[in-house]
Design a binder for this molecule. Structure first.
Ligand code: ZN
Length: 204
């Protein structure tokens, strides 16, 4: 399986990092070794002094597809989960400055937190109006709603599948709202979709 991530999909987040609003989705990949499951703790790697949390809705692909049109995109997923796209922001700035790929800053081990459970989309109602949030040490730090996405889930599936054949089990991290910040040892991160707790783990 592969992990496909979308960058700058929320206006306010693009603004907080001084990035332009994209005219097409920014896409990057993570390897399966990036997954951090089962509420396992995240260990801050020694190559970064600035690991940021980015809470994101995750779409799990259930069907093989390529060049999927937006109107058919709903047939390619049944479930939504929640995760974190951990980012070594200090390293990412260095790589961006040099015009180099982001992988070292984005695709390292344990950089893709994934909720233990996914929610069937028919239990979620309008997928273009899904609220989710991240709490750090009991305080809300990121608050998002899929209605603030620049590109909807359907549009993302269309765009991603122009370049990459989607396979069963592939994951699409759909981008983060504003409020990203640095994590520190002993922080506790808890993520919710609506009122459902999706993950809870510690930084070590
Ligand atoms: Zn992200």
């Amino acid at each position: 399986m592969k992990i496909i991530c979308i960058g700058r999909n929320y206006k306010e987040h693009a603004r907080e990092l001084n990035n332009e609003q994209p005219s097409e989705p920014v896409i990057f990949l993570k390897p399966d070794s990036a997954l951090l499951r089962n509420n396992d703790p995240f260990f801050i790697p020694d190559f970064s002094n600035e690991i940021h949390h980015e809470v994101e809705l995750i779409v799990k692909i259930k069907r093989l597809g390529k060049n999927i049109q937006p109107k058919f995109a709903h047939k390619y997923f049944d479930e939504i989960g929640l995760g974190i796209d951990f980012t070594a922001r200090d390293l990412q700035y260095k790589l961006k400055e040099k015009g180099l790929p982001w992988e070292k800053a984005k695709a390292f081990d344990s950089s893709a937190v994934i909720s233990k459970y996914f929610i069937p989309k028919n239990e979620l109602g309008d997928l273009n109006n899904l609220s989710f949030r991240l709490e750090k040490n009991g305080k809300k730090v990121q608050n998002g709603n899929s209605n603030e996405m620049i590109f909807s889930i359907e549009e993302l599936i269309c765009e991603v599948s122009k370049y990459f054949t989607l396979k069963i089990g592939d994951l699409i991290y759909t981008g983060t709202p504003s409020g990203v910040s640095k994590v520190a040892i002993n922080d506790e991160l808890v993520g919710y979709i609506g009122d459902r707790k999706m993950f809870e783990f510690k930084i070590k």
